[in-house]
Design a protein around this ligand. Structure first.
Ligand code: FEO
Length: 390
């Protein structure tokens, strides 16, 4: 993709990564991603907003071929998929001024090797004039690192938001209106990256509303020239009440736990409660995370391996707690051969959840009629807890 104009004087100079399938060696990227960087040219100065992932260095070099001067490099966020080529920019444009939040100053030294004294810290609300274009910096800690800031260009009502409002989505177009199923991609991204900071995000959403941008330009995925859509979606995800939905991440080795999951799904459905089982060995964890944005209850279902829960369910429990969803209730069900401590282990792993734990249901070997009756009682309890949820 070549350099592209967003509004006069502001160009996209990012890279599309069609083939990337994993982020942080953990997060599946079924639709690839992009790393958006932007060139802002004023009468007097030229600024580069972020860079791209170092694996796409050749693309950024191509975009900047013929750009004789960059006066300001804005590092909105120190994670390397955006800042990783900052050292190269500093080397190529030795007079460039590097601007970032005070918090980012030492992080840039730690993560990128650019000396802290080479970075000029900018205060929240501080402005830099490029001549006919102003950069106004808006500190936005915890979307999703502590050092992050947004950059507003009031002349164009254009807000650069770094990871905030992003989506892991590779596409040939540049704008949200050209994206298929954008809401699902953006929700997946919100669940995996932003949901742990939902409380902070609510405050930042208010700040963004007050700025009233006409264009929101994140660092991943498409640019929003109708920001109301993504702002409303974020408000729904961050503020909405939990839905009448139960998620059941599970693994079954010899079929006992699988039978219990099947029974619980039907028992919940018979009581008017929607339930989704996620068979972990074949589940895209991102799809599970998307539903965590809304679900009111999670039931971890696990066989017993060496007296503890199956490692797949250990991962699901740890991830669920780390994402800090708005779950209100949780339970553990499953099976064991002769003894086990799976419920206690799962509860300890997910102790960070602000959820009420319902009594566990475990079968020794094959589930019996008594097991299924216990599962029915669990379904009764969940249906009762969910009765006021939409
Ligand atoms: Fe896209 Fe937090 O980096």
């Amino acid at each position: 993709m070549t350099r592209r104009e967003i509004v006069p004087g502001i160009e996209w100079v990012g890279a599309v990564d069609w083939d990337r399938r994993l982020f942080d060696a953990l997060i599946p990227l079924p639709e690839g991603t992009s790393y958006n960087a932007y060139l802002v040219r004023g009468r007097d100065r030229t600024a580069l907003i972020d860079t791209v992932d170092p694996t796409k260095a050749d693309v950024l070099r191509e975009h900047l071929a013929g750009v004789q001067r960059i006066d300001d490099l804005i590092i909105q966020h120190v994670e390397q998929d955006h800042s990783g080529l900052a050292p190269e920019i500093v080397a190529r444009y030795p007079k460039v001024r590097v601007l970032a939040t005070p918090k980012a100053q030492t992080m840039i030294a730690d993560h990128l090797g650019i000396p802290a004294e080479r970075v000029t810290p900018v205060a929240d609300g501080e402005t830099v004039s490029l001549g006919g274009k102003t950069l106004e910096f808006v500190h936005a800690p915890w979307v999703h690192w502590p050092e992050t800031m947004l950059t507003y260009v009031p002349e164009d009502r254009l807000l650069f938001t770094c990871d905030f409002f992003g989506a892991h989505l590779a596409m040939s177009g540049l704008f949200a209106r050209e994206a298929e199923n954008l809401e699902t991609s953006a929700k997946r991204y919100y669940a995996e990256i932003m949901m742990p900071f939902a409380k902070t995000i609510r405050g930042h959403l208010e700040k963004v509303r007050k700025l009233n941008p006409a264009v929101v330009a994140p660092s991943h995925g498409p640019i929003h020239d109708d920001p109301a859509r993504i702002l409303s979606a974020y408000e729904r995800w961050a503020n909405g009440a939990p839905a009448n939905l139960v998620l059941i991440p599970y693994t079954s080795m010899h079929g006992s736990t699988g039978k219990m999951v099947g029974h619980l799904v039907e028992a919940l459905a018979a009581r008017g409660v929607a339930a989704i089982p996620f068979n972990l060995p074949v589940t895209d964890l991102g799809a599970y995370a998307i539903h965590l944005v809304d679900a009111a209850t999670v039931v971890f279902a696990t066989p017993t391996v060496l007296v503890g829960p199956h490692p797949n369910v250990v991962l699901a429990a740890a991830l669920t707690a780390a994402l800090r969803p708005k779950l209100r209730h949780a339970a553990v069900i499953g099976s064991y051969g002769w003894a086990g401590k799976a419920p206690e282990t799962i509860q300890a792993l997910a102790s960070g959840l602000a959820a009420e734990w319902l009594p566990p249901v475990f079968a020794r070997g094959l589930p019996t009629e008594a097991t299924f009756e216990e599962l029915d009682r669990l379904a009764d309890a969940i249906a009762e807890k969910h009765k006021n949820l939409g």
